[in-house]
Ligand binder design. Structure first.
Ligand code: DQA
Length: 143
């Protein structure tokens, strides 16, 4: 069975209670359950990780890129700061879709730049939890 990796970055474990006017009321568990339902229908298996630590995310990319056919990543605040995650993705051969719940281009100027997008197949920003679903469906259809 094809395996797809889902990585949620820092503070996303607080979804549901974290600035719900910006990020919505779905919890991370709600989002992961929606993704598992899609995965079941598409006959793929998911590895789902959340970390508040940059190095853990770099390690996860190293460990999982070989045996997964795609990656959906919301790097959260590391989007705007992390050359380390960018370099890990550049060196990995895993097709990656970058997802943001909010539209980062409608927000503060410091959120307008992503270090990650240039090493991704594409970016989805502003579609809420649906962005994860769309990214997963794309990766399922891609192979
Ligand atoms: C986010 C947008 C980032 O700017 C922010 O730091 C996050 C979440 C989003 O999903 O909209 O933590 O990636």
């Amino acid at each position: 069975m094809k395996k797809i990796l889902i990585i949620h970055g820092p503070n996303l474990n607080q979804l549901g209670k974290r600035e719900p006017d910006i990020y919505g009321t779905d919890t991370l568990d709600d989002i992961n359950q929606q993704l598992q339902a899609i995965a079941q229908a598409e006959s793929v298996s998911l590895t789902i990780l959340q970390s508040n630590h940059e190095g853990d995310i770099v390690d996860a990319i190293h460990v999982h890129e070989q045996d997964h056919v795609g990656l959906v990543i919301n790097p959260a605040a590391f989007t705007h700061t992390s050359i380390a995650i960018r370099d890990a993705l550049a060196a990995a051969s895993i097709p990656t879709v970058e997802v943001h719940l909010s539209n980062i281009y409608q927000r503060e100027a410091f959120r307008h730049h992503s270090y990650i997008s240039s090493v991704c197949v594409g970016q989805i920003s502003g579609l809420g939890a649906y962005g994860y679903a769309a990214a997963l469906r794309y990766l399922c259809a891609r192979d």
